[in-house]
Design a protein around this ligand. Sequence first.
Ligand SMILES: Cc1ncc(COP(=O)(O)O)c(C=O)c1O
Length: 440
Amino acid sequence: MMDFLNDSRFEGLVPFESKLWLSSPTMHGDEQMWVDKAIQTNWVSTVGENIDVIERTMAENTGCKYAVALSAGTAALHLATKLAGEKLYGQALPDRGTLEGRRVFCSDCTFDASVNPVAYEDGEAVFIDTEYDTWNMDPTALEKAFEIYPEVKLVVIAHLYGTPGKIDELKAICEKHGAMIIEDAAESLGARYLLNGVWVETGSLGNFNAISFNGNKIITGSAGGMFLTNNKDDAVKVRKWSTQSREPAPWYQHTEIGYNYRMSNLIAGVVRGQMPYLNEHIAQKRAIWERYEKGLADLPVKMNPWDKQKSSPNFWLSCMTINDEAMCETFRDDCNYSYTPEPGKSCPSEILDAFAAFNAEGRPIWKPMHLQPIYSKNAFVTAQGLAKSPDGKGITAQGTDVGADIFRRGLCLPSDNKMTPQQQDFIIEIIHRCFSKRTK
Ligand SMILES: Cc1ncc(COP(=O)(O)O)c(C=O)c1O
């Protein structure tokens, strides 16, 4: 890494004494109360009032009829995926996944937990490229994918960084092709979308929906997740699967494969304590996004976009991209990177290194799934058509690759809701200095 502290561009700047995080948990005190109560009353396992309350509240808040509290968002996505597979293709043998031999269309610009469950269930993810307006699944690319693979009946849609995607268009395409939707709202709790003239919550838009309470999310249980659906039988089934698929018998009796995925009542206590503060966190995160937008307006960069008419993000992470002409020379392979600083130009790696030198945490944009070595053999469809052959022989010349472009030019900025305006101004100053000219 360059020596930023001795670089004339950063003269006069002193690193933060304590680290400024990308997005750390924000506790309010109520969490302790509900955890203590669970311990005092000895309800510390996977049954208890905290679980009941957060399931009820989450169902009410999202407008979904049924909620099942689980150990992680990943668990919610896995059971959603297994359930969708079972509904579409029937029950699988105990040693097989419900998606064996089936393709599933998946958001490409997302965290791999969105799509790994397709592989857990022996299916094959086909990645759908991203659009520039919200950085989510591109409806045009999805429509192309249905032209290429008309047999597909399941689509996994994520809302990146808490910004809702083009849900009305995506839903209409899925409906037209008779496909089910799994909505990955892990990052977007509290974000809303104007669907057919009505504001609806993300986490209620698919057949099955998943939320995460991972430590870095907008509210947290330290861990945990939630499965949401409007179908009672499906909620009952997921609850049963999450507790080892125990049958109502006097002994351990199993007719289906089970999982140990249920949330503990202690974790639920933390979530319960956090829930009343969701809107406060969203307001803080929104103020952070707006302060960045204003503070960076004179630079050749753009903030992560959202549809101002049809959506209300939760602003979980503020991000930016550098305009192409302002990118300095930069190189990345699977694990390494380098760059050459240039006056008036910069790149994500340089800015992230500068943050680190001044004791602040940023992060590269999530690397798209089609660029991940583990998924190198999976197909990737852009607005122009099939961009990567499913045999893994590489990307064809066809079309653009929006996800790769955002990954190349973008980064996540420190977005901690405890960040003060002064601290944020310092971050904005660091970014300015990255684009400035060395004096010696
Ligand atoms: C888009 C997305 N999906 C799924 C997950 C998985 O959630 P969890 O960490 O609770 O398993 C995360 C975050 O961790 C995420 O960001």
